[in-house]
Design a protein around this ligand. Sequence first.
Ligand code: ZN
Length: 502
Amino acid sequence: MKKLIEQYIGIRKRIKAYEYALYMISWDSETEAPSGCFEYRGEQIGVLVEESYRIETSEEYVHVVDTLYAHRDELDADLYHEIVEVKKHIDKTRKIPMDQYVAFQILLSKSQTIWADAKKKNNFELFKPTLQKIISFLKDYIRYLETDDCKGYNILLDEYEPGMTINDYDQFFNELKTRLVPFVKKVIAKAANDESFLSGKTFDVDGQKQFCSYLQDVLCFDRSHGLMKESEHPFTTGSGSTDVRFTNHYYPKNLQSALFSAIHEMGHALYEQQCDSKYDGTFSTGGASLSLHESQSRFYENILGRSKAFWEQHYSVLQRQFSKELQDVSLDEFYRTINQVKASFIRTEADELTYSLHIMLRYDLEKAIFVEGLSIDDLQDKWNDLFFEYFGLVVPSVKEGLLQDIHWAGGMFGYFPTYALGSAYSAQIFHYMKKDLDFEGVIASGNTKAINEWLKTKIHQFASSRYPKDIIRQAIGEDFDVSYYIDYLISKYSCLYGINPS
Ligand code: ZN
């Protein structure tokens, strides 16, 4: 057994090295790479992916994993979980023909640039052939992986949130539709004449960067094990707890965008940095699932970052940074503005209350593609129709509609619903955090250290060495329950908008 484990660790090291190289290339592609490099780069990525695939499907590796799996009861809890997951992954990988898999990875290495160009030029036609190829591959992928228990679109959903199915998500979104949508309509009616105290002003980009750097200190982001750069669409990535990177995007006319993207991405980054370092270099590194990850980013962004207590502490610093622009904006006005409810076109700019409607739209669209067989030619119309149904607005341009998100260009269908699930998790986690912590007292201390520590102990430290539902159950003593989320939103926005919550 000991020899077998050593052999496993040796091969794992090699796979992780390829993973690390691909991570660095992808980070560079998103942040610094010159636009002309992608053709050649795509070929190099193809070689690395192929080599890595060869190791992962090699007889030696498969034999070692199969044998360890057969003797899994003799392994410690961490390795047990890892081997079960690796075995699942190998069984999956073996079902997909290598040439198709490599071709898909090469396609993805180019597709995000094509998407960015199409979005910039506001022209879906430029991206359509690439998206068609991605969807075709995923339809093949589904066919290869289908089992008696898991079929169709459920294969993609399960990929991003293990165990979640169309049934689960339908139930979840129906609950939101029943309780939240009527409330949202009341708030939108009341908010119609709301004034934004930040609009029409210009916020110097360097000043925004400086304040985001200040936020890194407030949230105790560990700069010796992470960094922040810029990209078209903010994201977080990393390799283990010692190298965690995130990006931001700055708009001179929109201060809120950079502030809350930075806090959101730092929520992801803190989760990664606070994983127990013993999982670095293993396959149990990083967050336990996408929705659990999103529960952390949404917690920092909305529950903490949009709270009155947070800005009571930090608004004066922001005012000093933008003394001219913010001199006539009071803390109360700023607080109202950052929590303003508005039916908007862009998901990433959406307020906390209407956010899940944007996710519902994408979920419905993905279901239409993978369950009902919607043609790509009808995608743009379907998007616009659904948007009108949920928000009562006509989408003015494709870059503010179908082309706004990077996810589908990255092949990530089945991903979006985890955002809504994550938001719902965050409210439930917050409910229990307040039982242990003086939340506002911690914020008043000037940084979020004690909150970070609570999350580290309850959730982060376990990385992905356990299943998300087990981590949650152990952290808060009960299973997922969407009512905490709905209660939290109704309570917060009733108060903000003077609405009777009943
Ligand atoms: Zn996120």
